[in-house]
Design a protein around this ligand. Sequence first.
Ligand code: SF4
Length: 306
Amino acid sequence: MENRDAEVVEKISVLKKRRNAVILAHNYQPGEVQDIADFVGDSLDLSQRAAETDAGVIVFCGVRFMAETASILCPEKVVLLPDVNAGCLMADMITAEQLRAKKKEHPQAVVVCYVNSPAEVKAESDICCTSANAIRVVESLDAQEILFVPDQYLGHYVSTRTGKKMILWPGFCPTHVRIKPERIKELKREYPQAKVVVHPECTPEVIALADEVLSTGGMCRYAQRDEVREMIVGTEVGIIHRLKKENPGKRFIPVSEQAICPDMKLITLEKVLRSLEEMGTEVKVPEEIRLRAKAAVDKMLKVGRK
Ligand code: SF4
């Protein structure tokens, strides 16, 4: 670690105590940000941590919808997003107005909303899900018709696993579509012993080649199994940092070095420090939206992880 970074890390640690803050970081965050976090995880892990923490301030090292979810669950806490511009291109592919129009076309449908969505969209939904529990959430529904938003690929994967017919919103993650099946085939030839593990935001052609389809938290747990020595990893490259750190001696091969989420990489150590110094940028969901969104998130948390 460079001197400047060490200085910033020290200041973050002092200020964090003074502010009674907890730092949560997503698995796609830059390695140095993951290293200073109190907890690193996937969206489900992080929303559970946010709900449980005693800290008065949550510094959310991730993207806006994640900070919003923390604010939905903990309205009494100050939730800070170190870069106000850290959004999610998939979440931007749907608005509450568009969803309301779609619901009019399918008045009987139960709306399942991937957590990667704006708070206003969650407020229009019946239940939320993450990639860690989407199958379980859909299985828990006694519904003839399910409208799944906004990720068409996660929705498609869940429908193949549950056998439920679902209406899919045409959203997708621009980072995960950079993961190509041809590259996985090449890597499988190069590393015949390696397990192929991909995220369900990948395309069906990629998912068809995988040994396991897992959330990032699921990938971290899977990597710890004794029989896994080499892993071809089909998700955002930030996770490689954590996989290597937790599993020295094992080999992790990203399918694509270009699978980088630019929004996740907006967060830096300097911005985390500034966020604690200035107590900004605070993310707060308006109460009327929060209450309706919370009902969808609470239902999901009751279903739990898959
Ligand atoms: S990786 Fe994709 S889904 Fe995740 S935050 Fe980035 S754009 Fe959104």
